[in-house]
Design a protein around this ligand. Structure first.
Ligand code: AN7
Length: 381
């Protein structure tokens, strides 16, 4: 690799000591991570909310979602272990990410997706990166079962979040939040589908908080020796973790798997989450909870973020902000809190949804100066 000493080279480079990487691990990366933590300027003020709300915009990862954090780790280890092919079931983002990292690694990718129920941009990504796309006449949960069964017979490595390296890579989001804030937030709100990401956030925050792990003092961070915390961003607390789902796909709110999940937020159209126990433990240990929102509320928040903050996330991501606003208004999240919401994916992935619900004026005129001027004068606020 050419020498560019100051260039950012992704998570496995940045957090090498904190991840299951060794000198013999071939690192497959796209310089993922290092995403911005943006302060919401307008929405809290408009809503009369007294809190600092920050959004971790994971849509700015290389393939446009947080999945890249887990995929760099899982694909690097798969390659190290001699695997030639990876497989996943996906509501879209995992397949896009798996396809890209497989391309980078020179591996084959097989992705099982629910026919007709993934955003067109995600399908385009999987196809463009050369994955073999297998459309199934079922939902994500069916795909997940089929992947588990297939992997018993075919030489393929599963890169869904049941692959433990995925959560290891994804825990780094918490490191970055602690580094950016200089502390852990009071609350961390995020969408929950298969429930890997909320669990990964909790692992990451726990590793930043030596007090909770009965281990060391802050001084260790600077020892530079074999201290397990060397290089870890440190915090003296962990956030309350709050998971939000779509009403039609809310197994954690209902307390049991959902047979036929349905929501406009196709990324989280999941009824039988694989990380069920980890997510429940996260909520219990952190003092958090789960809640659900209707599709209309989710889309309204997606639009609010785009119109009032200039941030375009996908519908599934917006549910985190729907939740933070509701819980701040009701007082369930205490006034004055520092709240971080993970915006898990980019809005461009689902342009159909965006255009369908947009109310922005589109004016068609002749290609003449007067016509354009009249259109502008008529629309000026
Ligand atoms: C934008 O791509 O499950 O609770 O197969 O794409 O860790 O599953 C996507 C999940 C939130 C939920 N936001 O995260 C897949 C897939 C977006 C997502 C989630 C997903 P998990």
């Amino acid at each position: 690799m050419p020498d560019a000493p100051r260039a950012y080279r992704g998570l496995l480079d940045r957090y090498r000591r904190r991840l299951p990487v060794s000198d013999s691990t071939p690192i497959v990366n796209l310089y993922e991570g290092n995403t911005p933590l943006l302060h919401l300027e307008n929405i809290p003020r408009d809503a009369g909310i007294d809190a600092e709300i920050w959004v971790k915009f994971e849509g700015l990862n290389p393939t446009g979602s947080f999945k890249d954090r887990g995929m760099t780790m899982a694909v690097s280890r798969a390659l190290e272990e001699g695997s030639r092919a990876i497989i996943c079931a996906s509501t879209g983002n995992t397949s896009a990410s798996a396809a890209a990292y497989a391309a980078r690694a020179g591996m084959q990718a097989f992705v099982l997706i629910p026919d007709g129920k993934i955003a067109v941009g995600k399908l385009a990504q999987a196809m463009m990166h050369g994955a073999t796309v297998i459309k199934i006449g079922g939902n994500f949960d069916d795909g997940m079962r089929l992947v588990r069964e297939t992997a018993e017979e075919a030489p393929v490595t599963i890169v869904n979040s049941i692959n433990p390296y995925r959560l290891q890579g994804q825990k780094t989001v918490a490191f970055e939040v602690v580094e950016a804030l200089g502390r852990a937030p009071d609350y961390h709100c995020l969408p929950v589908g298969n429930a890997g990401n909320i669990s990964a956030h909790w692992i990451g925050y726990s590793e930043c908080c030596p007090e909770e792990r009965n281990c060391i003092t802050e001084a260790c961070n600077f020892c530079g020796g074999d201290c397990p915390y060397a290089g870890t961003p440190l915090a003296d607390s962990r956030p309350v973790m709050v998971g939000y789902q779509a009403r039609g796909a809310a197994p954690f709110v209902e307390g049991h798997p959902v047979e036929k999940p349905d929501t406009v937020a196709t990324a989280i159209r999941i009824g039988n989450p694989q990380s069920w126990d980890l997510a429940l433990a996260t909520a219990r240990e952190s003092g958090g909870w789960f809640d659900a929102f209707d599709d209309d509320a989710i889309l309204a928040t997606q639009k609010l973020l785009a119109e009032r903050e200039g941030i375009f996330c996908e519908p599934a991501s917006a549910v985190a902000v729907s939740g933070a606003i509701k819980d701040l208004k009701s007082g369930r999240i205490a006034a004055g809190s520092t709240v971080v919401c993970t915006l898990t994916g980019h809005g461009l992935k689902d342009s159909d949804i965006a255009i369908a619900q947009s109310s922005a004026p589109v004016i068609t005129v002749r290609a003449e100066r007067n016509a354009v001027r009249d259109a502008i004068m008529g629309a000026l606020a």
